[in-house]
Design a protein around this ligand. Structure first.
Ligand code: SF4
Length: 375
């Protein structure tokens, strides 16, 4: 590691929600949880609350089994378990963006059983780029903002504009960090770069932005911390929080050079345009950023886009790291794999459940991919 700021951020990984609990204690403000990165964090922030991403965790299920079948993804099962056993008791409420079937059902189960005071749903269009989808999306975002105001407090337009600027600054810094790694992968191990992005959704944004500024200055002044000569890979999936897995990939002689994880580049991709009214700007970002398999963007073929991005990053291989039972990513996989094959990028599809990742088995498969690429 290089520098005090990075050190501070990395310590958070042992207790990802400590910063949110401390923020609540310090400010007395409200904390709003959310699962999906289509949630308009700026609106929550502008209403005076702290938006915090719930990413599940590696744990044995004790309580959520009574509400969710074993064939739901572990993100939903461990997240609900954390709510039911009090791990998320610092939350005042939760925002659910209706993306996949699991999230839509989880919203109702959560509202009825988790016991938080505030519950908000945001139902965005599935197919973008039509005028009716645009009208629906902007009106849905506007009424979501009104609903938040009733629950959290006033959200002045000027406050929303300031929140957008702050969040854009944070996005620009994360993009710069990823760009610096692309040019020189040895400056920062990938798991630390990904944690820089992941932690942005877990703490006060201004505080995180100040840390990022410092980290980037330190990296610009410092020397490489690893030799950066590993086989460059591209990562694809939803939430990637398996740090032991990433350590194993590095030990196997590879490094992720870029990704499409929703706590990675998909989280900070594309800034909110600041030259249009704030709600319109937020809608434009959600519309324009790298889409997840729950959304259909007719002008952008997801497979071709990912293959182009992997090629541009210089990736020699790709790893799909998917939650078991995640239908959107599973349905998308054959199409994206075909596009990667066409671009000459070999790939590996790994399924996992939080709490039961077998690093030994995965090591063999990752090792085989790395050897194939090197051959
Ligand atoms: S998109 Fe996949 S990983 Fe995300 S909540 Fe839905 S089923 Fe789970």
């Amino acid at each position: 590691m290089s520098g005090e700021a990075l050190d501070r951020l990395m310590k958070m990984r042992d207790d990802p929600y400590a910063a949110a609990r401390a923020w609540k204690e310090r400010t007395g403000g409200k904390v709003m949880g959310y699962f999906c990165c289509y949630a308009p964090e700026e609106m929550i922030h502008a209403a005076g609350a702290l938006p915090v991403r719930i990413t599940g965790e590696n744990r044995d299920i004790s309580k959520s089994g009574a509400h969710l079948q074993n064939y739901c993804c572990s993100l939903a099962r461990t997240g609900l378990d954390m709510a039911l056993d009090g791990t998320l008791s610092f939350l005042d409420g939760t925002v659910f963006v209706h993306t996949c079937d699991t999230m839509q059902r989880l919203s109702d189960i959560w509202r009825l059983n988790a016991g938080f005071a505030v519950h908000a749903d945001l139902v965005l269009p599935v197919r973008f780029e039509t005028s009716s989808a645009w009208d629906y999306m902007t009106s849905e975002l506007a009424s979501f903002a009104e609903g938040l105001e009733k629950e959290l407090g006033p959200m002045e337009d000027s406050a929303l504009v300031e929140s957008i600027k702050l969040f854009n600054r944070n996005r620009a810094l994360l993009a710069k960090l990823y760009q610096m790694r692309l040019a020189s992968p040895g400056i920062l191990p990938y798991d630390q770069a990904l944690w820089c992005s992941t932690s942005s959704a877990l703490m006060d944004k201004a505080e995180h932005t100040a840390l990022l500024e410092e980290i980037i200055t330190d990296l610009q002044a410092g020397t490489a911390t690893t030799d950066g000569s590993g086989v460059p890979l591209f990562g694809i999936g939803s939430v990637m929080d398996q740090w032991d897995f990433l350590a194993m990939v590095a030990e196997s002689g590879a490094t992720f050079i870029d990704d499409d994880f929703c706590n990675g580049r998909r989280y900070f991709d594309f800034e909110v345009p600041e030259d249009v009214p704030p709600v319109e700007g937020i809608a434009r970002r959600l519309w324009g950023r790298s889409s997840c398999p729950c959304k259909h963007v007719p002008s952008r073929d997801r497979g071709a886009c990912l293959a182009d991005r992997a090629t541009a990053a210089g990736a020699k291989g790709a790893i799909f790291f998917q939650f078991k039972f995640c239908e959107p990513h599973a349905f998308d996989y054959p199409h994206v794999k075909k596009a990667l094959d066409k671009a000459g990028i070999p790939s590996l599809n790994l399924e996992f459940e939080q709490g039961s990742v077998s690093i030994g088995q995965l090591r063999t498969r990752v090792g085989a991919l790395v050897e194939t690429i090197k051959a």
